[in-house]
Design a protein. Structure first.
Ligand SMILES: [Zn+2]
Length: 319
C-alpha cells in the first residue's frame, strides 16, 4: 500500500533542475560571465542534460511510480531536441516549472526591468511550449532578493522553491566562490545571505513588502542537523549512506528532494568534457548512481505522499 492510500501525512516532492552543460562552465569560472555572452545561442549548445539526463530520470520516476517537477531554463527550448524531451516529460504526467529564461546567476541583483524580462519571457515561452500555466519558479543558484520575490509574483507565479536552508551547502558554496576568485577565474555564482542558511525548513507563506504573498516550498533538509536532501548528497554517500539516511528521511515531515539532470550522467561513459570533472558526483559511474537514486526515491514513495510541487501548492492548506 502506498503512503497516499494508507493516509500517511508525511509529504514529499521530487524535482530536477535541468541545468545545461554550459551552466557548469559558468559556475566553475570557465565561461567568465554570470549571464549569456553576446553571441550565445542555446540551439548551438550541447543539449545532453536534456537529451541524456532527463530521459534517465523519466525512466527512474516511472519505475518508482512518482511524478516530479522539472525546472526548465526557457532558452534551452530553442533546441528542437529539447522541445521533444519536454513533450515526453509532459506526456508522462510530470510538471514543468520555470528556472528563468537564461539562468543568470546574478538574477537577484539585475536592474528591475531586466529581472522582470527574464521571468516574463521564461514564463511566456514555457506556457507557449507546454500549453499549461507555469505556476512555479526556482531561482538560478537558489539566490533570491526582495525585488526578485516581488517579480516572481508580478509575472504570475504562485509558488517558489528556491530557499535552501542548509548551512553546510551555503558555507561550501561561499568558500568555493572565494577560492575561484583568488585563483583569478571568478565563478558566476553568488553567495546567499546567512539568514537564509537557517531559515524555515517547511513550506510557508512569504509575505512580501508590497503586501503580496508567495508560497515558498523550501528544498529539503533533515530536521536538526539540516543535512541536505538532494541528489548530490545522496549519490556521494553511496548505498551505505543511503541506508543510513533513509530511516531519518522516512521520519521527516517535509521532503523536497532536488536533483540535477547531471546527477544521472557519467563523465566517462557519456564522454562529457573533461573539465566537468570539477563536479564531484559526475565522476561516479552511472551504474553505481542509478540503483542508489532509484532505491532512495522508491523508499520516499513508501514513507511519504509524493506529489509535484505544483500539486502541493494547490493544496497549500495541507502543508
Ligand atoms: Zn540551475
Amino acid at each position: 500500500m502506498s503512503a497516499a492510500e494508507s493516509g500517511m501525512t508525511r509529504r514529499a516532492a521530487v524535482n530536477v533542475d535541468v541545468d545545461g552543460l554550459y551552466l557548469y562552465d559558468r559556475v566553475h569560472g570557465f565561461a567568465g560571465t554570470a549571464g549569456n555572452p553576446t553571441d550565445f545561442l542555446a540551439a548551438d549548445h550541447d543539449p545532453r542534460a536534456w537529451t541524456v539526463g532527463v530521459p534517465r530520470f523519466l525512466d527512474l520516476f516511472h519505475r518508482a511510480d512518482v511524478r516530479a517537477t522539472f525546472f526548465a531554463v526557457a532558452q534551452d527550448l530553442d533546441h528542437p531536441e529539447v522541445r521533444a524531451v519536454v513533450a515526453d516529460v509532459l506526456a508522462a504526467g510530470h510538471e514543468i516549472a520555470s528556472h528563468s529564461y537564461s539562468h543568470p546567476y546574478d538574477l537577484s541583483r539585475l536592474p528591475p526591468g531586466r529581472m522582470h524580462d527574464e521571468l516574463q519571457q521564461a514564463r511566456d515561452r514555457l506556457q507557449q511550449a507546454t500549453g499549461q500555466a507555469i505556476s512555479g519558479f526556482r531561482a538560478p543558484g537558489y539566490v533570491l532578493s526582495p525585488a526578485l520575490r516581488e517579480a516572481i509574483v508580478e509575472v504570475g507565479h504562485s509558488w517558489d522553491s528556491s530557499r535552501f536552508p542548509c548551512p553546510a551547502y551555503q558555507a561550501a558554496k561561499t568558500g568555493m566562490i572565494g577560492v575561484y576568485a583568488a585563483k583569478g577565474h571568478p565563478s558566476g555564482s553568488l553567495p546567499e545571505s546567512p539568514e537564509v542558511w537557517v531559515g524555515p525548513r517547511k513550506p510557508y507563506v512569504d509575505r512580501l513588502e508590497s503586501g503580496r504573498a508567495l508560497l515558498e516550498l523550501p528544498i529539503g533538509v533533515l530536521p536538526g542537523v539540516r543535512w541536505p536532501l538532494i541528489g548530490t548528497s545522496v549519490l556521494l554517500g553511496g548505498e551505505l549512506g543511503r541506508m543510513a539516511l533513509q530511516p531519518l528521511v522516512a521520519q521527516t515531515d517535509w521532503v523536497n528532494f532536488e536533483c540535477h539532470a547531471l546527477d544521472l550522467m557519467d563523465l566517462e561513459a557519456d564522454q562529457l568534457p573533461a573539465r566537468l570533472a570539477k563536479q564531484p558526483d559526475l565522476k561516479l559511474p552511472l551504474k553505481r548512481k542509478w540503483p542508489v537514486l532509484l532505491k532512495f526515491v522508491e523508499g520516499l514513495r513508501r514513507s511519504h505522499q509524493v506529489l509535484t510541487l505544483g500539486e502541493w501548492a494547490e493544496q497549500a492548506d495541507r502543508l
